[in-house]
Design a protein around this ligand. Structure first.
Ligand code: DX5
Ligand code: ZN
Length: 220
């Protein structure tokens, strides 16, 4: 079983990204939160910044688009050569066409659902995606608490993946830390975003390994 830990750079120092990337060299990927101030009430950066990140990153970049009109923007991020591009079901017009556009540019395609979105919404399209992202906080900000009811959604998505698309990864994002990663893994997640839990630690690579070990031990 592969378990992946992807620190979110939302908690990094945006003017020292190269040093912060180096500080998480044990990561399986770096989670890059793109926010537009419309889909979520916060704003980060756009394609020029992600382009530079892609040039300096030594581990795969996992781009999480919390933006409106992902049908237009997602392929633009994929064209930068990033490992994966995940967009929100709630924001897109044609999820399947957008997934195919991302994949045609060589990136993996992901579909994200907010805490209030039912798992059934993505059942018919899940096989078009390389990963499903279950948000375990309301998107927009780092450092929030994990929403406990996300565990049932993770189990439900895991069951859908087993049924329709066994190669699809199940990613969870929001409030993941040492106290809850085992139960999230047990519910079926294999790919874990952790922002504040990693960046607040004085030993970031040690924290990444601890999270990975806890998730691995709990996964079945
Ligand atoms: C929230 C972002 C997350 C966030 C996670 O909208 O999508 O990636 O940075 O941060 P933590 O792990 O601190 O909840
Ligand atoms: Zn995210």
């Amino acid at each position: 079983m592969d378990i992946r830990i992807q620190p979110s750079i939302l908690s990094a120092d945006f003017v020292n990204l190269e040093a912060d990337f180096e500080s998480i060299s044990a990561a399986d990927g770096i989670h890059v939160d793109v926010m537009d101030g419309h889909f979520v009430p916060n704003m980060t950066f756009g394609p020029p910044m992600v382009k530079r990140m892609q040039e300096i990153a030594k581990v795969p970049l996992d781009v999480h688009l919390m933006i409106e009109n992902p049908d237009h923007w997602a392929p633009i991020y994929a064209a930068l050569g990033v490992f994966s591009v995940t967009f929100h079901f709630e924001a897109c017009k044609d999820a399947v066409a957008t997934a195919r556009a991302i994949r045609s540019m060589g990136s993996r395609a992901g579909i994200a659902i907010k805490p209030g979105t039912a798992v059934s919404a993505i059942e018919s399209i899940i096989s078009e995606f390389d990963q499903v992202l279950v948000m375990s906080v309301e998107p927009g900000f780092g450092g929030q608490s994990f929403i406990g009811s996300s565990l049932e959604k993770i189990s439900a998505v895991s069951a859908l993946i087993d049924l329709h698309s066994p190669q699809t990864w199940l990613q969870v994002d929001g409030g993941i830390d040492e106290s809850n990663i085992a139960e999230v893994s047990k519910a079926g997640a294999d790919t874990f975003v952790a922002g504040s839990a990693v960046f607040k630690s004085s030993d970031r690579n040690g924290q990444i390994r601890t999270l990975r070990d806890l998730a691995l031990a709990a996964h079945h």
